[in-house]
Design a protein around this ligand. Structure first.
Ligand SMILES: C[S@@+](CC[C@H](N)C(=O)[O-])C[C@H]1O[C@@H](n2cnc3c(N)ncnc32)[C@H](O)[C@@H]1O
Length: 169
């Protein structure tokens, strides 16, 4: 789903919703956005290179892209907590970091899901080859307020689940 803020008056924001595949956004014209935000989508795309090209095409010169993905250094095939018999979390295991492609992983108690893995090098080099300038990276940690409300996020202070990129055209 692509959300487009048409008018910017804060009291009366009108959002124009369009549904499309972010690997092919030919329904939208070149250079028509100042800002693109994508939360936790790029890692699920079969062809993330095309999505970066589309986002670059849609941004005005000097426009910004902010996007988050699962952290590719820690969320890899076979990654997960090493636990004691009582379920105490000892450490987070990472394996097969250099594997690029699809893999199946059980997330919590849910059924297996198909996930994609690419290295951090692949993400960053693809962004740079597309023409983006990398401005900053954040590996977010839960705030004190968030931990008070959701104590289970404490584990995110040990190992980051997510990474956020800020780029400029
Ligand atoms: C992990 S969810 C994140 C959803 C939402 N952005 C959020 O922050 O809660 C990933 C989303 O990516 C969408 N998605 C997967 N492939 C897509 C594609 N090719 N084009 C647009 N959306 C896609 C899925 O439908 C799903 O809603």
């Amino acid at each position: 789903m692509i959300e487009i803020a048409k008018h910017r008056t804060p009291k009366n924001l009108i959002i124009d919703y369009k549904q499309g595949n972010c690997e092919d956004l030919s329904i939208l014209e070149d250079n028509c956005f100042d800002f693109i935000v994508s939360n936790m989508v790029i890692q699920d795309l079969a062809n993330y290179e095309l999505a970066f090209r589309e986002m670059y095409r849609l941004l005005v010169n000097g426009g910004s892209l902010i996007f988050s993905i699962l952290h590719p250094c820690f969320v890899t095939p076979e990654s997960g907590w090493e636990k004691t018999e009582n379920g105490e979390k000892l450490h987070w295991n990472v394996d097969q970091y250099f594997y690029e492609g699809t893999y199946e992983q059980k997330l919590g108690d849910k059924e297996k899901m198909v996930l994609f893995h690419r290295t951090l090098t692949s993400y960053i080099n693809t962004l740079l080859n597309t023409g983006f300038v990398l401005e900053s990276i954040v590996e977010p940690k839960p705030s004190k307020e968030m931990l008070e409300k959701y104590p289970s996020f404490e584990e995110d202070l040990r190992c980051p689940d997510f990474i956020v990129f800020k780029l400029k055209k």
